[in-house]
Design a protein around this ligand. Structure first.
Ligand SMILES: Nc1ncnc2c1ncn2[C@@H]1O[C@H](COP(=O)(O)OP(=O)(O)OP(=O)(O)O)[C@@H](O)[C@H]1O
Length: 284
């Protein structure tokens, strides 16, 4: 009898251990997804208020406060789904994504070179540009808002697209692999209050598109000729040739080094780069 009791106890302990480990992984993954996004401080604040009110109602046995806390937590969960729809959508898209598609390193290096040269060509002439580079999350839904190009990427074609007062210059270009997928695309505008107020709709669209997908976006300012790059809702401004090349290499090159980095590692590296660029950036 004692033997059976011991086995049952072991089974229950293993089950509990498994449940705790599973919950830890889920919570850790959720925290990784929201870390560094606009959702993080809001959710942290809501969780703090919920915890305090739950503690007070439990310790002092306040039934009404406890009931209100439970009701409000349901409402907050519902509101969070509505407010953080882009983050949730991106999280699910990332869960379903496969490995990096572009395994041809030489081709990717060529693409990076063309993007870098084009950005500087446009910047020198103060020609505004918005270039999103597709990665693992498909951008068809955004490409459909513009004009299909589906042509080999070249510096000449990319720069010509943004030439002022031509039919395709307004809006964003989407690069898929080594092709210009579409131009004159409408990108979602970021609603992030943290974006500097002086930045206009081109920059907001450049950040917004990276909140919805895992693409990288290069933005050239028509006003100042400054180059910015955005990734996962973050913007690095005043990016010079070397830094742009470094960012593009980090994010696009399917190198051995890159394979060993997870999405969160990339975000961390980009955050570091953003804070460096904030120290010595040119005003965009
Ligand atoms: N949602 C959008 N999607 C794609 N392109 C957009 C979007 N919103 C604006 N743009 C592009 O940005 C141009 C307007 O840029 P605006 O001057 O408002 O922004 P900005 O960030 O101040 O850029 P700049 O520094 O180049 O002036 C539009 O003509 C259009 O080409």
């Amino acid at each position: 009898m004692d033997f059976l009791f011991d086995i049952n106890l072991w089974i229950i302990s293993i089950k509990m251990g498994f449940e705790i480990a599973l919950l830890s992984v889920v919570i850790y993954t959720v925290l990784l997804f929201i870390k560094g996004t606009r959702a993080a401080p809001i959710l942290a604040g809501a969780a703090f208020i919920f915890l305090i009110s739950w503690l007070i109602s439990s310790v002092l046995d306040l039934a009404v406060l406890g009931w209100i806390t439970a009701q409000i937590s349901t409402l907050v969960a519902f509101l969070a789904i509505v407010i953080f729809q882009p983050e949730i959508r991106r999280a699910f898209a990332e869960l379903g994504k496969g490995r990096l598609r572009n395994n041809n390193q030489a081709k990717t290096k060529e693409v990076i070179q063309i993007l870098n040269e084009s950005a500087h060509y446009l910047a020198e002439r103060k020609i505004g540009a918005l270039i999103a580079i597709e990665r693992n999350i498909g951008m068809r839904f955004l490409a459909e808002s513009g004009v299909q190009i589906n042509s080999e990427l070249s510096r000449e074609l990319l720069c010509t697209i943004f030439y002022p007062n031509t039919p395709l210059h307004d809006g964003g270009v989407i690069i898929s692999g080594d092709k210009i997928n579409a131009s004159a695309c409408f990108f979602p505008l970021s609603q992030d209050d943290g974006i500097i107020k002086s930045l206009g709709s081109r920059h907001r669209a450049g950040v917004g598109v990276t909140e919805e997908t895992d693409c990288i976006c290069i933005i050239v300012s028509e006003e100042t000729g400054g180059i910015s790059i955005s990734y996962r809702g973050r913007l690095a401004r005043g990016v010079d040739e070397q830094r742009l090349l470094r960012h593009l290499n980090n994010f696009l090159l399917n190198s051995k080094e890159n394979k060993n980095f997870s999405v969160s590692d990339n975000v961390e590296r980009f955050k570091k780069a953003v804070s460096q660029s904030e120290d010595n950036q040119d005003e965009v």
